[in-house]
Ligand binder design. Structure first.
Ligand code: FPP
Length: 235
């Protein structure tokens, strides 16, 4: 039987990898390595709890300004994780989707993304969405550009409304997040899904991402289950 008050879509701003590494006397990249263990643990737990969509903010359009070694380390890690976790996806019937500005990614990474996306396309237990080279403002601007192009081509008309605009966003077809978790004590949205989080419940925790595992995820779900969502209405 489906659990009560389980969010359909949970999104996570995975934060605190660098601080975790510093705390353990290691280079920043070790925090990201350890963070991939949390990614696996959270994917498996999300499946166990019946969550249908899990989206993870893995790399923002602003993250390119980090030191070159960290950026290339993160891109290598992304590639390796997609290859290494393929069995995890298949075993748990997880469909992978990667959303963001792919034009900024290497050909090798794009090839790997396309390969894993197509091989997992029929998995129907949960969709894992990796937000890569993504930002909320980028998404809104690319949607506006596509709408303008369609208008110019005569493929659409001027009567734009929320639902039709939604159809131009990179997340179209995916329900808006019910719950957004941010780790590491920061309490801001950092140019993440700005449009999609209009009615999302936020959960902030001081736990650093590499320490965010099943128990912490369970606590966030517990907090969500007690929220009273009114969507601007009265009850
Ligand atoms: C934020 O911590 C974390 C990131 C920018 C990268 C997240 C990436 C991973 C967890 C690794 C791989 C992910 C997948 C989906 C395979 P930070 O570096 O900003 O930490 P800090 O604020 O403590 O410096």
């Amino acid at each position: 039987m489906a659990e009560k008050n389980i969010p359909t879509h949970v999104s996570i701003i995975m934060d605190g990898n660098g601080r975790w590494a510093k705390l353990h006397g290691k280079e920043r990249i070790y925090g990201h390595y350890e963070g991939t263990e949390s990614v696996r643990a959270c994917c498996e737990y999300a499946v166990e709890r019946g969550i249908k969509y899990l989206s993870l903010f893995a790399f923002s359009t602003e993250n390119w300004s980090r030191p070159d070694a960290e950026v290339s380390g993160l891109m290598d890690l992304m590639l390796r994780s997609l290859i290494d976790e393929f069995d995890t996806f298949q075993r748990n019937h997880i469909r992978l989707r990667v959303i963001g500005d792919k034009s900024g990614l290497s050909a090798k990474l794009i090839h790997c993304i396309n390969d894993v996306e197509s091989k997992t396309a029929s998995n129907d237990q949960m969709t894992l969405i990796i937000m890569l080279n993504y930002s909320g403002k980028w998404d809104i601007v690319q949607a506006a550009q596509h709408y303008a192009a369609d208008l110019k081509e005569g493929l659409t008309d001027i009567s734009l409304d929320f639902n039709r605009f939604d159809g131009y966003l990179s997340t179209t077809g995916i329900p808006d997040p019910d719950l957004l978790i941010r780790t590491s004590g920061e309490q801001r949205i950092s140019n993440y899904m700005l449009w999609q989080c209009a009615y999302t419940e936020f959960y902030f925790t001081d736990v650093l991402w590499p320490d965010f595992r099943k128990e912490q995820f369970a606590k966030a779900l517990e907090a969500y289950a007690c929220r009273d969502r009114r969507y601007g209405n009265v009850k």
